[in-house]
Write a protein that binds this ligand. Sequence first.
Ligand code: TXA
Ligand code: MG
Length: 349
Amino acid sequence: MTQRLKRTELALAAQMIQAGELVAFPTETVYGLGADATNAAAVKKVYAAKGRPSDNPLIVHVSSFEQVKKYAVLPNDYAATLVKAFWPGPLTLILPIKHGALDPIVTGGLKTAAFRMPRNQLTRDLIDLAGVPLVGPSANTSGKPSPTLADHVLHDLSGKIAGVLDDGPTDVGVESTVLDLSVVPPVILRPGAVTREMLLQYIPDVLDNHHHVAKDEIPKAPGMKYKHYAPNAQVYIVNSTDPDKFQSAVKWGLAQNQEVGLLATDAIIASQHLLRFKNQFSLGEDIQSASHQLFDGLRYFDLNPEIKLIIAQGFPRQGLGEAYMNRLEKSAGSEYLQIDDQQVSVIRE
Ligand code: TXA
Ligand code: MG
């Protein structure tokens, strides 16, 4: 049985970690699946519980920058500068590691490792209390949307892990920015709430490299080659703020004798023709709320097996919109609907 642990049960959570068991923990991005990063047998269980391929390395969660220096080599001043600016927060740094400092099960056999200090105080207290850094991939079944609530964790992993430390809904809703500092110039491997624009202030030549990776290419972030965030239904993205286009898209879906889910902002959902449409989930009003709600929304439609098709709203690829669209595109397999004069066509970008 998986225990739902309250804030007051932090000591029990720390004991479970020390005993080599798995405890999911809250962060400002998504819930992570925690194990003692220095215990290879415990880390192995993380891959098994998630069904995660073992060549996809894990993030090491720390409660101080000092902890990072135990394992990593700092090739330049960027790490110290960025830590000062963004930690604790949703920025993961890839750094070269000291030889033998971390088990290959953590790093997927790479000579680098990913480090991050989460903003959630409870989780930093857990790291301090357990006395070890925690590996923490998102606490979902591999391929499913990441968990933003303890309920999502229990839905996917109940019976497979010892506990989940419940601290309510996460804040940002999409996973951290992953920045590779082991190369010059540094490269953004995964967009997140620490945006390209924010990083440019510290690294003027920072590169973007989070676009699609073909199956036979060796990806920089191993996680990029796998299917991700996929609900049971096929997701189609509509890049528009025009309620008429969403109405056409829903009609198009229903015309295929399919139950349709609509994942869109209040402005779309509240429009006259869609107000009474029953299978809808609100993304709130802006890119912040949309990022916060995205995974919960995708999971919501999984509760109704009749829904075979989800129409989801796209956002401009700026700021947090980069991260939102990166996740949404993966969940949709990059399928878009193009709508001109109520004519709907599927395009793949
Ligand atoms: O917000 C987050 O980052 C959440 C919370 C729980 O902290 N964690 C998370 O972990 O999203 P995960 O395992 O789902 O994603 C980690 C990503 C993967 O794409 C992985 O391939 C990449 O980081 N990664 C880890 N170590 C790496 C390394 N040494 N080099 C390149 N990419 C690495
Ligand atoms: Mg993940």
